[in-house]
Design a protein around this ligand. Sequence first.
Ligand code: ZN
Length: 320
Amino acid sequence: MTAAKYSEPVCAGVFLIDVLHAAPGAACAYLLKSESGECALVDCGGKNGEGQIFAAMQELEIAPEAVRWLILTHAHLDHAGCAGKMMRRLPNAVLTGHPSALLHISQPQLKLAKAARFLHGAEFYDREYGELLPVEESRLHPLEDGDAIEFGGEELRAMHSPGHAWHHLSVWQPRADMLYAGDSFGVSFCAGAGGEAAVLPVMPPTQFDPPAMRATIEKTTAHPARMLALSHFGVIANIPSAAAQQLEAMEEWAALSEEVGGTTDDDGFAEVFGKRLRTAARAKLQKRGLNEKQIDRYAHDMRLSSAGYTYLREKQNRKK
Ligand SMILES: [Zn+2]
């Protein structure tokens, strides 16, 4: 038997699929297969996600008809960009997620496409996302906090997890002891010394909400799931340590934002704060035993976080 190329088993009946967003190993979707053969997908990625997921399904001999749910952790396009295209090829699937996320992703032409193009720039947008297709209302199933859905005799339960975005939810799969946390519990690309995942929180514009993010990190840490499936990238098990790493970073960066805000005007803030955050974040990862090349893998998320803090600061200043 040749080695699987598109899917990687992370535990029985759960497969990680690299959706090739920006680079290999940067963003993933999860394919959940029940004993009866019915399946659910958690997230689907941007433009390249569709091809990667269908190739993985072919590799695993899963027919498109077997997929019952396409679950979106949130409506950012590295998770949900190809949802409309996926739904056209999954005749029995229902699209599900936070009610507000579904609103955006089912009618992407209203707001989402324009907002993402503005945030990422036209070149990145066209390369990574391309055309977004709408989804008919009859194929949507909004999930409130605590709602359960079923596939092939297995239960999945939603937990709203705001902070990274207020329309974010996590999904618990009791059978696998797994909580699919999307981006609500940071990003982790490498393990440091001692084998523990090195984690950074991610605070993008425009919905980054520090108190909500802290509350979500605490709620996730108290959750009974033994493993967390992150979208960037893979499964982690050192949950209390990962929580502590994020809370510490958040505290440090908030103090840094105050400090820099006191010394520069709004125009200078982004650049100075971005540099300081980058230096602080790199030092943190270095202390965990990561080398420069490994640390570089977190660079994109450092940029997102400094953009999030800058946006937050501008918003607060407008209110004054
Ligand atoms: Zn993401």
